[in-house]
Design a protein around this ligand. Structure first.
Ligand code: GDP
Length: 364
């Protein structure tokens, strides 16, 4: 599965947010028992209104959303790259995630101590980024030393890795995170294998006070500006409200949201933003037993998309019967789509689109 790590300085609201994410009714929906693999790892349903509509048309008995994983990574403080706080353990945890949700304190509250002594989310973001950049530089220098031996031994991969690491180091030494390095398509695989902390995509999460949950405040506006300048995404959320909502049932939650003037829980926006950040999208399978959403990286071809359901589907792939989501809805299901000429047979080279309703045929 795809993993998003929640990071931030102490006391910014990470745990509050993580608890909200994993306790919410949606997280526990659909006969998947909510499982905490570890206390700080949670599986969350990806909210998607389309799925319910498909289930109604398909008269499916069950609705099964697709899921992604959030990891609460505590312990990042100033000096982490030099072993302060949880230091190395923290950095190891972050290496394993696909993207980072960086929580920034954008609320004033005299009762909650700020580790840096003042509320300044842009400075906080820089503090954390600096720690990650230092950690990357340290690990690159160690790896370059190891590689020089392998290069002398004639290892081809080592040459390629060495080249990429030097480009990353150059950016880092200029004060820029590794994600600013231009990486060609055919270098992507090796680049990802380097697992540099600052090469991972970042989503800034502005944790604001209750009254600013809709529009944000002056602090979150500064974060928005910073994010835009870096080409990064941001969301505004009130972790405290989200935690309260997560303890309500669906009907109560809806009332609460409308009283607050909110259209949907901030968590839904956060999860979707994370999903987009990871370059993921969704296809559906619909039948009388279940309507189900499946996650694939953008650009995935039909056989590999089938492989997400089962390895046999990929190995024995013959074809994919395909109806685009808007056609499925407009034609009231597969039979109607067939009549309207919206039912397609696609082969091995078909790139699955977001929202496709698919049925795979395969040899066993
Ligand atoms: P973490 O150290 O980043 O995991 O932060 P926590 O989630 O433990 O939150 C630290 C403290 O800030 C707790 O006392 C929370 O109740 C409080 N807190 C979190 N979010 C908010 C918020 O949006 N507003 C206010 N006033 N307090 C918050």
């Amino acid at each position: 599965g795809f993993k998003m790590g929640i990071v931030g300085l102490p006391n910014v609201g990470k745990s509050t947010l993580f608890n909200a994410l994993t306790r919410t009714a949606a997280a526990q929906a659909a006969n998947f028992p909510f499982c905490t693999i570890e206390p700080n790892v949670g599986d969350v349903a990806v909210p998607d209104d389309r799925l319910q509509k498909l289930a109604e048309i398909g008269k499916s008995r069950e609705v099964i959303p697709t899921r992604m994983t959030f990891v609460d990574i505590a312990g990042l403080v100033r000096g982490a790259s030099k072993g302060e706080g949880l230091g190395n353990q923290f950095l190891a945890n972050i290496r394993e995630v696909d993207a980072i949700a960086h929580v920034l304190r954008c609320f004033e509250d005299d009762d909650v101590t700020h580790v840096e002594g003042k509320i300044d989310p842009v400075a906080d973001a820089e503090t954390i980024e600096t720690e990650l950049m230092i950690a990357d530089m340290d690990s690159i220098e160690k790896r370059l030393a190891n590689l020089s031996r392998k290069i002398r031994g004639g290892e081809k991969d080592a040459v390629e890795q060495d080249k990429l690491l030097r480009r990353a180091l150059e950016a880092l030494e200029a004060g820029k995170p590794a994600r600013t390095v231009d990486v060609a398509e055919d270098e992507q695989k090796n680049w990802r294998m380097l697992q540099l902390l600052t090469s991972k995509p970042v989503l800034f999460v502005c944790n604001v006070e209750e009254s600013s949950a809709g529009e944000g405040n002056a602090l979150s506006a500064r974060v928005a500006e910073m994010a835009a300048a870096q080409g990064a995404a941001h969301v505004v959320i009130s972790a405290q409200i989200e935690e309260e909502i997560s303890q309500l049932d669906a009907e109560e939650a809806e009332m609460f949201l409308s009283e607050m003037g909110l259209e949907e829980p901030g968590l839904d926006r956060l999860i979707r933003a994370g999903y987009a950040l990871l370059g993921l999208h969704t296809y559906f399978t619909v039948g009388p037993k279940e309507a189900r959403a499946w996650t694939i990286p953008k650009g995935t071809l039909a056989p590999q998309a089938a492989g997400v359901i089962h390895g046999d589907f990929e190995r024995g792939f013959i074809r994919a019967e395909t109806v685009a989501y808007p056609d499925y809805i407009a034609c009231n299901g597969e039979a109607g789509a067939k009549e309207a000429g919206k039912f397609r047979i696609e082969g091995k080279t078909y790139e699955v689109k977001d929202g496709d309703v698919l049925h795979f045929l395969f040899n066993t």
